[in-house]
Design a protein around this ligand. Structure first.
Ligand code: PMP
Length: 391
């Protein structure tokens, strides 16, 4: 069997989507004008399928900080955090993240994906039990596989199911690692963190929350779902990314002093190059906006509400709650593709998500709003969905 023969089915499936028109997987955005506007081919589009929640990708201060660092410190570190890739600015950013969360330790990784890989695979080794939500992001699954821990999946957002599985573990529950996300990226729903914390208080274990989509978005200071629910003290490790609210690329983990050991033991921390100085500088600037500009969060949630209500009024089936991620459920893959292309023709870009990336075998058009969208932008997105109904 040839090296690529095993992909025949996948290739066949993908070709189905490439026969005519735009390909939804890896679409080229030919030009990008702002946090909300771009161009695909001849079509100007409103960007309604990004993770740019606070709309900071074109923030003038963050751009200036990145440009200055590029000029002063060069284009890249050319080394890993453990070798020559830890500059003063990497350490300063770690200090600022630790202070924001009021935790002793923060560690910066090269991406959110490697943050999950670096933390989870190093802690969850053979002999450790990990309980993960069934809808966990691929980086959590991959991290568990890399670490070699015993993996127990519980039903998505079902705290009762988690509890049953913890009880079955008996004494082993005390050392188990529970992993959940803040906002789930496909349905926009949130983990039942208060119930999970209650289970942890009664049965033991450690709790890790991946706040990739909730950092900057939830909580008074933007620290995420755990802050919003007032349970941060019960969370052992919080993970986050720079690629969503912080509008750049990289990842972080915060926790107690013991977590420092990861710097000497975590292969995804040790064996990859560190983020470039320009990235770190723009992230440090964006981090200030998370804490100091609550108005961005307010506008984000207003936009989320406006889009959710507008689409609900049109009769679309949406996610379970108002969230910056607004999934529109579509019947079939074929309908999904047709709608996705029609939306672009009407000037709106969203993400087409097919199973298994979309949970429970559904096809969805994943819309997301950001703080930079105007009311007119949101209304234009709703209008584009309205035209689909009239076809
Ligand atoms: N965790 C979750 C929950 C995510 O949704 C993502 C990215 N979509 C990641 C981690 C990885 O983050 P990054 O893209 O910054 O590597």
């Amino acid at each position: 069997m040839g090296l690529y023969d095993k992909f025949a089915r996948l290739v066949g499936e993908r070709e189905q989507f490439q026969t005519s028109g735009l390909n939804p997987f890896g679409t080229c955005i030919d030009e990008i004008y702002s946090a909300t506007e771009g161009r695909i081919g001849d079509q100007k589009i409103i960007l309604a399928g990004t993770n740019n929640y606070l709309g900071l990708t074109f923030d003038a201060t963050a751009i200036a900080a990145g440009q200055a660092a590029l000029a002063e410190q060069g284009t890249g570190t050319t080394g890993s955090r453990m070798a020559n890739g830890s500059y003063g600015s990497h350490l300063a950013l770690e200090q600022e993240i630790a202070e924001l969360f009021d935790r002793p330790t923060a560690i910066v990784f090269s991406t959110g994906y490697t943050a999950n890989l670096g933390v989870i695979s190093t802690l969850a080794t053979p002999g450790t039990v990990v309980l993960i939500d069934a809808d966990s992001h691929a980086s959590i699954y991959d991290a568990c596989a890399l670490g070699g821990a015993e993996i127990i999946r519980f039903r998505h957002n079902d705290a009762k199911d988690l509890e049953r599985r913890m009880v079955r573990l008996g004494e082993r529950a005390k050392d188990a690692l529970i992993i959940v996300e803040g906002i789930y990226s496909m349905l926009g729903d949130v983990a039942p963190l208060a119930e999970i914390v209650d289970i942890k208080r009664r049965l033991g274990g450690y709790l890790l929350v991946d706040e990739a989509h909730s950092f900057g978005v939830m909580g008074k200071n933007g620290r995420g779902l755990a802050e919003e629910l007032g349970v941060e003290q019960d969370v052992d490790i919080i993970l986050g990314t720079f690629s969503k609210s912080l509008a750049s690329i990289g990842g972080f983990a915060v926790g107690n002093k013991e977590m420092e050991v990861l710097r000497y033991s975590s292969r995804p921390y040790i064996f990859t190059a560190s983020p470039s100085p320009a990235i770190i500088a723009s992230v440090r600037s964006a981090l200030k906006s998370v804490a100091k500009k609550p108005e961005l969060r307010e506008k984000l949630w207003k936009n989320a509400e406006r889009l959710y209500h507008g689409l609900a009024k049109l009769g679309y089936e949406l996610g379970p709650r108002i969230s910056p991620v607004v999934p529109v459920m579509i019947g079939s893959k074929e309908d999904g593709l047709r709608y996705w292309r029609d939306l672009i023709a009407n000037g709106v870009y969203v993400n087409l998500v097919l199973p298994p990336a979309a949970p429970a075998g559904i096809t969805l058009l994943r819309c997301s709003v950001n703080a930079a969208h105007s009311d007119q932008d949101i209304d234009a997105i709703i209008d584009a969905f309205a035209t689909l109904k009239n076809k």
